[in-house]
Design a protein around this ligand. Structure first.
Ligand SMILES: Nc1ncnc2c1ncn2[C@@H]1O[C@H](COP(=O)(O)OP(=O)(O)O)[C@@H](O)[C@H]1O
Ligand SMILES: [Mg+2]
Length: 228
């Protein structure tokens, strides 16, 4: 039994034994909702990351190439003067070719640095891969001594990473909520790149979850459902 399921069972066993006043009851129900949401999101994350791991390297690379090709012909890409993108790790769509393409087309590239204390993102200008350093969680991030931060209003296109997505544009990230916080402020257009196997029917979204406006898979742009 996973730790999440164990806790869930413990809660189910405990709750019928006392009758808390309405306020506490409401509070508990919110806590329970959040708890269940977290379990659901965690399970989707594990399932999708596992499916990605199982793909053979060549199949994965071919799909990534197709996804990037679709991205490069989209309006959001063509018109963006500044593109914000992460440095991919593991089984994420390789983003170095995206960065190189942006530079070749005279676009400004912005890459994020995470602040693990505040869980905020700050984007820095990237002109060379030498401006990167290994950082928290083993990510490659900009070295603030070698480059300068950019205003979020400068980012025309933000390529938003994630693990699972639904046809409304909701996403499940890695669990830090970094992009939910960032996207709750003013920002440019958003696109996520994903393999078709990362699409799920419905993300169990919470009030703070932010949607992206376009999803691109190896099959092309995902048609969004009207469901709000
Ligand atoms: N705008 C926000 N302000 C404050 N906290 C936020 C905001 N957005 C998300 N969070 C917090 O971030 C945490 C992780 O969010 P979650 O959606 O589970 O992760 P992810 O989006 O990475 O999958 C949640 O506990 C949530 O409370
Ligand atoms: Mg979220």
């Amino acid at each position: 039994m996973t730790r999440g399921r164990e806790r869930l069972k413990m809660m189910a066993d405990l709750l019928p034994h006392f009758e808390p006043p309405q306020v506490i009851c409401g509070f508990l129900s919110i806590m329970e909702d959040r708890f269940l949401m977290n379990i659901a999101k965690k399970q989707y994350r594990e399932h999708i990351l596992d499916a990605l791991k199982k793909l053979d390297a060549q199949t994965f690379e071919n799909k990534c190439t197709r996804i990037r090709k679709f991205l490069f012909s989209e309006e959001e890409w063509l018109t963006a003067k500044t593109v914000a993108v992460t440095l991919s790790v593991g089984r994420e769509i390789e983003t170095r070719p995206i960065i190189k393409r942006a530079w070749a087309q005279g676009k400004q590239v912005a890459v994020p640095k995470c602040n693990p204390k505040t869980k905020q993102l700050t984007f820095y200008r990237l002109d060379s891969f030498d401006q990167l350093e290994k950082s928290f969680y083993g990510l490659m991030e900009p070295n603030p001594d070698k480059t300068c931060p950019l205003e979020s209003s400068e980012l025309d296109l933000i390529i938003v990473p994630g693990v699972a997505f639904d046809p409304r544009g909701y996403r499940i990230g890695y669990g830090g909520g970094y992009y939910d916080r960032f996207l709750s402020g003013n920002h440019g257009k958003t696109v996520s790149l994903l393999l078709n196997c990362q699409m799920i029917e419905r993300v169990p979204e919470e009030s703070f979850d932010q949607r992206v406006t376009k999803l691109i898979t190896e099959r092309g742009v995902v048609p969004f459902s009207i469901d709000e």
